[in-house]
Design a protein around this ligand. Structure first.
Ligand SMILES: [Zn+2]
Length: 115
């Protein structure tokens, strides 16, 4: 993952959606899937560097993990896959093969603005 590139993208999107020129962004919340392999510290570093001199300077960056789902191809049994739930190849119920659904999510969820 290229955290610098990602940080720039977030910054551009956030600044573009500001309601006025005087508005400042104080906090940005991002939703992140377990398969994105984004390093939060690295992203935060680039973000703080790139935000200098923009309405986003000093904004707090919050990353929220969104769990992915694993679904059995055989019986349809679903399970959670995330930080605390390692991926299971086979289904607990029938031993069938599990399929991963989602996990690569990465998007700007919300932001707090000060005018
Ligand atoms: Zn199953």
């Amino acid at each position: 993952m290229h955290e610098g590139y990602i940080a720039q993208g977030i910054l551009d999107t956030a600044v573009k959606s500001l309601p006025s020129e005087k508005a400042k962004i104080t906090k940005v919340t991002l939703k992140v899937g377990p398969l994105t392999s984004i390093e939060p510290e690295s992203l935060d570093y680039y973000f703080q560097e790139l935000a200098r001199g923009t309405p986003m300077q000093g904004a707090k960056l919050e990353l929220i993990q969104v769990p992915a789902q694993i679904i059995c191809k055989n019986c349809g049994n679903t399970d959670v896959y995330g930080e605390k739930h390692p991926i299971k190849i086979t289904c607990d119920k029938c031993g069938g093969q599990n399929e991963l659904k989602g996990g690569a999510e990465f998007y700007l969820d919300s932001m707090e603005i000060e005018e």
